[in-house]
Design a protein around this ligand. Structure first.
Ligand code: AMP
Ligand code: ZN
Ligand code: FE
Ligand code: FE
Length: 293
């Protein structure tokens, strides 16, 4: 029997910088008739238990996952870990180190914004985060509320992105360490949105993929909300060339990324269930139970 439902392997909740709680996210996934969803919060797995419990009630498979930032000299490198054991102690310790780095960075961002003359306090940013981990989209939310900017992209452009006057560096793992941390927790490591690594097209991308693949990277996001058909084809080809499993997702953040909808991205996204099966098989090779819910 065929199942016509799709999946989404890149989503965020209020545990990091999404605007839906884990439970709301899964309920919303049910209205979209999604068959499976990976909760890929930045640097934390705090939302997974709640999401998995709701998924079990509604018949949606929830893949325990995470999105780690990794050091990269040019643009942004994010590595997704699927099927991570959220109770693995070593892995938990590594995530705590990243969370600590955020707590060090966030007040410094406030200071920089204040020095620019903006009236913003750390308490306001914490309130905007709703009690989960604080990230730059929460700063953006406060800047919008106060009328300093009119959108999240504008907040990043003017204040928050690398090179902008409110930017503050934070500790990141090397790509090798991020991949090793995910493997240690029994997960598969997948390079997210490769277009954020370099200004496209770049002659540096293929050598990097070659190195990462040698290092143990398992997959790459070849389906993504903002990809053109051409980009999707290009990344799928590269994934094949460097023996990376194809993955895909919307990168849904709710109200913090307006226009990007769960499961369907900008409207045309479709991620087939088969991709998940290949990733699961690989995870089993790392000793993950690859059991969810
Ligand atoms: P942080 O975890 O604090 O480094 O913030 C990362 C988050 O900021 C990610 O969820 C991104 O989606 C978001 N982000 C990064 N750059 C931009 C941008 N230029 N415009 C909008 N959102 C962005
Ligand atoms: Zn995010
Ligand atoms: Fe990302
Ligand atoms: Fe993301």
């Amino acid at each position: 029997m065929t199942d016509d439902r799709w999946i989404d392997l890149h989503t965020h909740s209020t545990a990091s910088d999404g605007s839906f709680t884990p439970v709301e996210l899964i309920r919303y996934a049910a209205t979209k008739r999604l068959r499976a969803l990976a909760l890929t919060d930045h640097d934390c797995v705090d939302g997974v238990d709640e999401a998995a419990a709701e998924g079990a009630r509604l018949g949606i498979e929830v893949i325990p996952a995470v999105e780690l930032s990794a050091d990269h000299p040019d643009g942004t490198m994010h590595i997704l870990g699927f099927f991570v054991d959220r109770r693995n102690e070593g892995f938990g310790g590594r995530l705590r180190r990243l969370q600590e780095a955020r707590r060090e960075r966030n007040p410094k961002i406030v200071q920089k914004l204040q020095a620019l003359g903006l009236k913003i306090t750390y308490d306001e940013v914490v309130a905007a985060s709703g009690g989960g981990q604080v990230g730059r989209p929460h700063f953006a939310k406060v800047l919008i509320q106060k009328g300093y900017v009119s959108s999240t992209p504008e907040a990043f452009e003017r204040y928050l992105k690398k090179g902008a006057p409110g930017y503050v560096e934070k500790f990141r793992f090397s790509p090798q360490d991020a991949i090793a941390a995910i493997h240690e927790a029994g997960g598969v490591a997948v390079l997210a949105h490769p277009f954020t690594l370099f200004k496209e097209p770049s002659p540096l991308l293929e050598p990097l993929l070659d190195t990462l693949s040698e290092t143990g990277l398992d997959g790459m996001e070849v389906i993504y909300s903002t990809y053109s058909e051409e980009q999707s084809r290009y990344y799928r080809e590269l994934a094949g060339k460097y023996r990376l499993l194809p993955s895909g997702g919307s990168d849904f953040h709710g109200a913090h990324k307006p226009g990007i909808d769960l499961g369907v991205g900008l409207g045309k996204l479709h991620v087939p269930f088969e991709l998940l099966e290949s990733l699961r098989k690989k995870a089993r090779g790392y000793g993950a139970s690859a059991q969810t819910n």
